[in-house]
Design a binder for this molecule. Structure first.
Ligand SMILES: [Zn+2]
Length: 338
């Protein structure tokens, strides 16, 4: 089969590798229908995370079940399935409390930019649609595998509820998905921080009521001003840099909450400042599995179109171009049809 291998920063190659096989009786093999490039794949591509040796990459997928191990009962060959970047049993106490991404048996699902993928704990990880979805829904369903599930978690972690005022820091695919999640959860005012025309447009499309283009102190001042001088009820931090975290913490009102889903890179938080701010903070890798059934339903009923974050669609053999376009910010997110 074909698989995407990163050899070094900037060096993405599509190579022929052996097909995956069932290893454990709880595994499934799926034939990928579509996959995509994640903002976090760019940490490797840009050399922020060291690439020690060539390895498969990609953790977002939708596909059709090809084969299952003898202990798999909830999905069968031929079904269309969506899963998240962690394979989880969905039965341990962490899973049962809604934190599947902290599952005691979790395994990171890597190498998804490929024709076939082995999914551990298929029963706990994969959610199937009742019918094969229409081709036009593939981008929407693929977005649920990571970005929409992560944006949703950011909104839930920030305690967005009907009537909330919300600030979203980050206009990448996750931040934009966070805007959509905040709208779906009933937020009244959604302030998106963005300096890019196309992203501002999509944020507005997804439900943003205000756009703030300033950054740093000016950005904080703008968010405070737009929330009547007190700060937002909820802030979604979807970047993972020091500047973004500062923007988030300083935009929340006393008693407000920050949901942070940007993987932190060199971020430090002043504990004393946090103490006196009265701001609540919750984040981490999103338990996407918790939200999948609900999100799939919202897509299939036409309520949300999270696939709009894909502004570049390429055949799979052009995966390297997908990385390049995202690295150069020519694309928000690249979808690859396999
Ligand atoms: Zn578990």
């Amino acid at each position: 089969m074909r698989a995407t291998i990163i050899h070094a920063p900037g060096d993405i190659r599509l190579e022929t590798v052996p097909d995956p096989t069932i290893v454990a009786s709880t595994d499934a093999i799926i034939r990928t229908v579509a996959t995509c490039v994640c903002g976090s794949d760019l940490w490797d591509y840009r050399g922020v995370n060291p690439v020690v040796s060539p390895h498969p990459i990609g953790h977002e997928y939708v596909g059709v079940v090809e084969e299952v191990g003898r202990d798999v009962s909830s999905v069968t060959p031929g079904e269309f399935v969506i899963g998240s970047f962690y394979a989880t049993d969905n039965t341990c106490q962490h899973c049962c409390s809604g934190y599947q991404s902290a599952c005691v048996r979790r395994e990171f699902v890597n190498g998804c930019q490929a024709d076939y993928i082995r999914i551990p704990f298929a029963d706990g990880t994969l959610v199937s649609t009742s019918d094969l979805p229409d081709d036009s829904l593939i981008p929407d369903l693929l977005a649920l595998s990571d970005v929409m599930g992560t944006g949703w978690y950011a909104a839930v972690a920030a305690d967005v509820r009907p009537g909330s005022t919300v600030v979203v820091v980050g206009d990448g695919a996750v931040g934009l998905s966070g805007v959509l999640a905040a709208r779906e959860l009933g937020a009244e005012r959604i302030i998106a921080m963005s300096r890019h025309d196309t992203r501002q447009q999509l944020a507005t499309d997804f439900g943003a009521t205000d756009i703030v283009t300033e950054r740093g102190g000016d950005g904080i001042a703008a968010a405070i001003e737009l929330t009547g001088g007190i700060g937002a009820d909820c802030v979604l931090e979807c970047v993972g840099t020091q500047e973004a975290m500062r923007q988030a913490l300083k935009s929340a009102r006393p008693g407000g909450n920050v949901g942070f889903v940007g993987v932190p890179h060199g971020v430090t938080i002043a504990c004393e400042e946090l103490f006196f701010s009265h701001v609540g903070l919750r984040g981490g890798p999103a338990p996407v599995r918790r939200f999948l059934p609900d999100l799939i339903d919202r897509v299939l009923t036409g309520r949300i179109e999270p696939g709009k974050v894909f502004d570049l669609e390429l055949p799979f053999d052009q995966v390297a171009e997908g990385y390049k376009a995202m690295d150069e910010r020519r694309a928000i997110k690249a979808l690859l049809r396999t």
